[in-house]
Design a protein around this ligand. Sequence first.
Ligand code: AKB
Length: 323
Amino acid sequence: MILITGANGQIGVDLAEALSVRHGTEQLLATDLRPPLTDPPLVPFEVLDVTDERAVERLLDRYAFTQIIHLAGILSATGQQYPDLCWSVNVTGLKHMLDAARSRQIQLFWPSSIASFGPTTPRSHTPQHTITEPRTMYGVTKVTGELLSQFYASTYDVDVRSVRFPGVVSHAAPPGGGTTDWAVAMFFDAVSKGSYQCFVGPDTRMPMMYMPDAVKSVLDLLDANADRLTVRTSYNVASISFTPAELADAITRHMPSFTCTYAPDYRQQIADSWPQSIDDTPAREDWDWQPDFDLDAMVYDMLTSVARRLGHMSLLDRLSRSA
Ligand code: AKB
């Protein structure tokens, strides 16, 4: 059986669906601090606060889990506003999962982030092994989590696996409190309002990934032969890098009247401290990582999906005719 924490979040919703296709819903237990998104839930569901060690232990005592997909976490922008909460959820929560994985011999996946890097890291083609001096609390928790994972893997032989996600673009569930959220919000505002005001400047280049590739990276890493894995902190995974102006341009090719304006706020400083592109050679060599989507394929798929979700039939029709 597979335990998913943070199942109501942006990655949790899509990953739970992919896992239920693979293993059947009866093999999953989705958990989150908040109640399920649908009634009845799509997969068996329980409320779980990952910072509550007793609650975590009680839950793990009741099921024979073989894998934990630990997605509960606070993202970068929220983490700057609530640093104590960010530490507690991201570090204490992960430590509870590592301890559970250790005592019960469960395989554990959790996502780190490009936020592990900081202003002293090379920003272009950021290598796997490089300086990790983040300035955000979120980044501090991710570096801490990576080092904890490596310690548990090398000292206690825990099979812990992780990727450093870039911004993830998707339509099933909204991201919350991230610095890369503009890349999702731009699609929803383009379809619902025809315009978007972006909270980072037009030339802010950031590494991104479309959700199907993000899901694929998790499944591929979980499937990989343990003997081939050389990284037990967290693997760099790269896909596409683009700026808000480039994304706006790509959207405009399908929606000529779309306009994007810019009003950078405190998130600009966070974005400027992160890499612009990522070198993921070890992931490609160790477990054959390869993304499928480029910018244009992602934009077409996102616009189609968001138009369908928001009931914008004329746009859907136009998109299908231009395919
Ligand atoms: C965020 O913006 O905080 C996340 C991330 C890159 O980890 N999307």
